[in-house]
Design a protein around this ligand. Structure first.
Ligand code: PRP
Ligand code: URA
Length: 209
């Protein structure tokens, strides 16, 4: 069974408080989504394998450790997942980026696919699937399904806020997937929005409504 990691570091909690605040404007919201994504990426990549290599410092030869093992990919679920990508790439610049476009049908709350473009060698990569919100879990479960159809076997899901319902859906559909979240909120409301949540992540990142 994949592990659920709740990243309640004080810096993340503080930044999340700003995201949740309805008074926070688009510019600050977007910046902080990126900052939280970077902090979460730092933790989610903690188990990446390394190998020893020998280099020469200006002073002496040195045995140092560098990343080894599978190459990496970041896959945002459009739109809101895009807000997490740039700051993650600054930490793992060799990662390739795929895109999965899904929106929730406003009536059924079920995900509707409209785009999927993944690196050709995605099946050989360790994938970080990113989306700020895990509500019913429908979008994340569907996106993980697409990745598996493309041969991916090593998938980590990263969400900033998750509802207990969404965690349950993802974990029962995809028990092999590790999940990193910054907060587990109380519940979903009648519109399948996370309570207390932060509202519509895509609208708040891109200033739409
Ligand atoms: C939001 C969010 C997730 C999805 C979560 O996207 O970014 O992708 O809802 O909900 P779920 O867990 O119930 O599937 P949305 O459908 O609003 O699309 P957008 O990012 O284009 O605004
Ligand atoms: N999508 C969002 O952006 N926010 C929610 O609370 C639920 C789904």
């Amino acid at each position: 069974m994949g592990t659920l990691h709740v990243l309640d570091h004080p810096l993340i909690q503080h930044k999340l408080a700003i995201l949740r605040d309805a008074r926070t404007g688009v510019k600050e919201f977007r910046e902080i989504v990126g900052e939280i994504a970077a902090l979460m990426c730092y933790e989610a990549t903690r188990d990446l394998p390394t190998e020893e290599v020998e280099i020469q410092t200006p002073v002496a030869p040195a045995k140092v450790r560098v990343l080894a093992g599978k190459k990496l990919a970041i896959v945002p679920i459009l739109r809101a997942g895009l807000g997490m990508v740039d700051r993650m790439i600054t930490l793992i610049p060799s990662a390739k980026v795929g895109h999965i476009g899904l929106y929730r049908d406003p009536e059924t709350h079920r995900p509707v696919e409209y785009y999927c473009k993944l690196p050709g060698d995605i099946s050989e990569r360790r994938v970080f699937l990113v989306d700020p919100m895990l509500a019913t879990g429908g979008s994340a479960a569907a996106a993980i399904g697409f990745l598996k159809e493309h041969g991916c076997r090593s998938i980590t899901l990263m969400n900033i806020i998750a509802a207990p319902e969404g965690i349950e859906v993802v974990r029962s559909a995809h028990p092999d997937v590790d999940l990193f979240v910054a907060a587990v909120d109380e519940r979903l409301n009648e519109h399948a929005y996370i309570v207390p949540g932060l509202g519509d992540a895509g609208d708040r990142i891109f200033g739409t409504k």
